[in-house]
Design a protein around this ligand. Structure first.
Ligand code: AMP
Length: 307
C-alpha cells in the first residue's frame, strides 16, 4: 500500500522584496515529495522533467525514499519553468513567467508497481493530466486529494470542475476558493465548492493559517508566527505533503485525524519558507519537526474559565 504523488518538477526563479534567486529547483511535486517523505516511505512519484534537470536532485529524492519510476525524463526537452515576484506582504505574488516546456504534452504513465496506491495526492498540474492518473488506477484509492491553482482556472475551468467532482478532498488557497466559487465569504465559498464534489476542503491562507471544512464542521489551525519569511514558494505544496503524509502514515481518514494532519502540514510549511526553494526541506530532521510541533501545541494551548 502506498502514497502516490503527482505534480510538477520544475526550475523556479523567485523575487522577493528581500532577495532574488537564480534558477533553483522547485515544482509542486518536488515540494510534496520532500515534505511527505518525513512521514511515510516509499513515496511513488509521477512527473516529467527535461534533460536539463540535475541528476543529483533526482538522486537526492531517491535517497529520501522517493520512487521515481513514474518520472519521465525527456532528454531533448526543457524542464517546466516558473518565475514569480512576491509583494511586500509576502502573501501575494505575481506570476512573471510560466514556460510549460515538457508539461505541454505530458502524458503520465502509472507504473504497475504503483497500482497498490492507497493515498493519491494530485499536486498542481493540468487537470486533464491529474484525471488521467485516476483513470489509470485499477482500484480507487482510499483517499484522493488534489491541489490546483488559478492558472488552471483561467485556461481549463471545465476540465478542472470535472476533476473536482471525482476527488475526496480539494486544497486551494483563499483567492483560488473565491475565484472557483464566485463568493467572497470563505464559508459560503466552501459550501459551494463541496457541492461540486469533494467531501473535504482545505483552504490555505498563507501566514494566516488554514481551514478544514467537512459537511457542517470547520477546523482552523494558525500558521506559526515566524520572525523571518524568506521565500513562501512551495509552502502550499509542502503543507500538502505533510498533510497527506500524515494520513498515509496513520491510514486514518477521519475528520479528527485530518485536524492533526493540518497541524503536520502547517509545521512542514513553516520550515519551507525559511530558505529559498527546497533547501530547508533537505536539511530538517525528525527532531526539528518534533520541536516545531511542540511550538504549535504551545501556540494554541489555552484554557478559558466559563463564568
Ligand atoms: P505554491 O507556492 O505552493 O503555490 O507552489 C509553487 C510551485 O508551483 C513552484 O515551485 C512552481 O514550480 C509550481 N508551479 C507554478 N505554476 C505551476 C503550474 N501552472 N503548474 C504546475 N506547477 C506550477
Amino acid at each position: 500500500m502506498s502514497l502516490v504523488v503527482v505534480g510538477s518538477m520544475a526550475f523556479d526563479a523567485i523575487e522577493t522584496p528581500f532577495g532574488k534567486s537564480d534558477k533553483i529547483i522547485g515544482g509542486a511535486g518536488t515540494y510534496i515529495a520532500w515534505s511527505a517523505s518525513n512521514f511515510c516511505k516509499p513515496i511513488k512519484q509521477i512527473s516529467v522533467v527535461g534533460g536539463d534537470f540535475p541528476q543529483e536532485q533526482l538522486d537526492a529524492l531517491t535517497a529520501r525514499g522517493v520512487d521515481l519510476e513514474g518520472v519521465q525524463i525527456k532528454k531533448d526537452e526543457k524542464t517546466f519553468f516558473w518565475s514569480g515576484r512576491y509583494h511586500m506582504d509576502m502573501n501575494t505574488r505575481d506570476t512573471l513567467v510560466t514556460e510549460l516546456n515538457v508539461l505541454e504534452n505530458f502524458q503520465p504513465i502509472v507504473p504497475d508497481s504503483y497500482q497498490d496506491c492507497e493515498f493519491l495526492m494530485l499536486g498542481n498540474l493540468h487537470p486533464a493530466v491529474q484525471k488521467s492518473v485516476i483513470q489509470q488506477l485499477k482500484n480507487r484509492p482510499k483517499l484522493i486529494a488534489m491541489d490546483t491553482m488559478n492558472f488552471w482556472m483561467e485556461i481549463a475551468m471545465d476540465d478542472l470542475k470535472d476533476l473536482i467532482s471525482m476527488v475526496d478532498l480539494l486544497m486551494v488557497n483563499d483567492s483560488e476558493a473565491r475565484e472557483l466559487s464566485g463568493e467572497y465569504s470563505l464559508v459560503k465559498a466552501a459550501k459551494k465548492i463541496m457541492v461540486m464534489g469533494p467531501e473535504y476542503l482545505v483552504i490555505k491562507k498563507g501566514e494566516h493559517g488554514a481551514l478544514l471544512f467537512h459537511k457542517q464542521h470547520v477546523f482552523f489551525a494558525p500558521a506559526l508566527p515566524l520572525e523571518e519569511v524568506f521565500d513562501p514558494t512551495g509552502a502550499g505544496d509542502t503543507f500538502a505533503g505533510g498533510f497527506i503524509g500524515h494520513l498515509a502514515k496513520t491510514k486514518d481518514i477521519s475528520f479528527e485525524n485530518m485536524k492533526t494532519a493540518i497541524i503536520m502540514g502547517s509545521a512542514m510549511a513553516s520550515f519551507c519558507v525559511e530558505k529559498f526553494g527546497t533547501q530547508r526541506l533537505t536539511e530538517i530532521t525528525k527532531a526539528d519537526i518534533d520541536a516545531r510541533l511542540e511550538e504549535f501545541v504551545q501556540l494554541v494551548n489555552f484554557g478559558i474559565a466559563l463564568v
